[in-house]
Design a protein around this ligand. Structure first.
Ligand code: AMP
Ligand code: MG
Length: 430
């Protein structure tokens, strides 16, 4: 009944010109957000394996040389180049040194030591000749030419990292190789930025949570699960505040508690100008709305503003659209970089590939479009893309089937088959 009254009222009321009715270009929206958010402070020390995906809070300075001693890069014979004449010689094999078992004796000029990969170079030797480059005759080895590359067979002390060198810089999002590198320094723990606390909630009277009775005309909430997952992947600490009804007072209470338990708040749904959409007005009442629409598809209704909170005077609030695809695309394309910035991460942008459209793409100029697509390898090493069927912003399957997003610039119109388009892949190697 109330909803009907509201509908009638809004139909007869003149539309009020408001600052959040303008469609911002994607770049404008991103710039406005990035200009607003600041990295959160503090750090914590975590054990090495807890640090995967976390943001390094301070430079990691090598306390030792890596490798800590000269060692062989191949299986071969270590010798002194002075024992050869014009790079040629017949040397006695006086023993074998395995990795971890250094040769303790001296090596005469006419002798050599058989060394395995990783074995320390014996003190009198300066060259390792690879096994396959020698002729072995009993206890003798014939070296016919120490080629220039023989020095490549010796790994110099500190050639990977030298004492005092910055092995990793603050702001790096730690990946598998980084954990390996820190491990190679013998370091048990590492200083990382605190996990960014991101409160999120879904709004909509029609929404139900897993386990609820699926009443008539209701749907199960999917946004909180994709949001939790995207936050988790980004290294944030998602705080799920559940479902909120399409009621301004309920939303006000939810936003207030959200900004008292988090560094950032993300909502989905209720962000347009419809009769049950209360996000923008509530945000404007409690704090400030910077913008409320972006010229993009999917994801046009999207609000950004801030509220006073327990941890900061200005907690950024992102009001994502309710449509599941739009919510995800807006998260990736509009707010992901801002969250990385708040996390203190110096992340490089995801590379935009240029690939060939394998079919025509409907597109209207005036807004940036993101279409879900599958990559195809073409003959000659080129890559092509095809959209994942219908592109409705409620068709979440179009995301699960996709390898990434085709990015069509705002000014662009319809794309013909064979034209190059931008493509952002969802996943990389690490
Ligand atoms: P809204 O942005 O609130 O106008 O919602 C747009 C569409 O997205 C509607 O069809 C909603 O039912 C749907 N929707 C909103 N929130 C969710 C959610 N959390 N999970 C799944 N669908 C949603
Ligand atoms: Mg709604």
């Amino acid at each position: 009944m109330n909803a009907q009254v509201d509908l009638v009222t809004s139909a007869v009321e003149p539309l009020v010109e408001s600052p959040f009715e303008r469609n911002l270009a994607v770049e404008e929206a991103r710039a406005a957000i990035l200009g607003f958010v600041r990295p959160i402070g503090g750090f914590e020390r975590v054990s090495l394996r807890q640090a995967l995906g976390r943001v390094l809070a301070e430079d990691v300075i090598a306390p030792i040389d890596v490798p800590a001693y000269e060692n062989s890069a191949v299986d071969g014979f270590a010798l002194s180049s002075e024992g050869l004449r014009d790079g040629v010689g017949m040397l006695r094999v006086i023993g074998t040194s395995l990795a971890g078992h250094p040769w303790a004796l001296s090596v005469p000029r006419d002798g050599c030591v058989r060394v395995m990969t990783g074995a320390a170079i014996p003190r009198d030797c300066d060259v390792v000749v690879a096994l396959e480059a020698c002729r072995i005759e009993g206890h003798q080895v014939f070296i016919d030419a120490v080629c220039a590359r023989s020095s490549d067979n010796v790994r110099r002390r500190g050639e990977d990292l030298s004492t005092g060198q910055a092995a990793l810089r603050a702001g790096k999002v730690l990946r598998p190789a980084d954990l390996g590198l820190i491990g190679s320094l013998g370091q048990a723990d590492v200083a990382v930025r605190p996990r960014l606390r991101v409160a999120f909630l879904s709004t909509g009277d029609e929404l139900r949570s897993i386990g609820d009775t699926p009443d008539e005309a209701c749907i199960f909430d999917s946004n909180r699960h994709s949001l939790w997952s995207m936050l988790e992947r980004l290294g944030c600490e998602g705080r799920d505040l559940g479902l909120v009804r399409d009621d301004p007072l309920a939303l006000e209470a939810a936003l207030t508690s959200a900004c008292n338990c988090a560094d950032v708040v993300i909502t989905t749904g209720g962000v347009g100008g419809g009769a049950a959409d209360h996000l923008r007005d509530t945000l404007a009442r409690l704090g400030k709305v910077t913008f409320g629409r972006i010229a993009m598809r999917p994801g046009r209704p999207m609000a950004f503003g801030h509220l006073h909170g327990k941890f900061s005077d200005s907690i950024p609030v992102f009001g994502l659209p309710g449509n599941p695809v739009a919510a995800m695309v807006a998260f990736y394309m509009i707010i992901r970089d801002a969250l990385l910035r708040m996390m203190g991460a110096h992340a490089r942008p995801v590379p935009l590939m240029r690939v060939k459209a394998l079919e025509p793409l409907a597109k209207r100029p005036g807004r940036t479009e993101f279409q879900r697509a599958v990559l195809e390898s073409l003959q000659g090493g080129e890559l092509g893309v095809r959209v994942t069927g219908r592109q409705g912003s409620g068709i979440l399957r179009s995301m699960t089937e996709a390898d990434g997003l085709i990015v069509l610039e705002a000014e662009r119109g319809r794309v013909e088959a064979g034209e190059l388009v931008g493509f952002l892949a969802f996943e990389g190697l690490v």
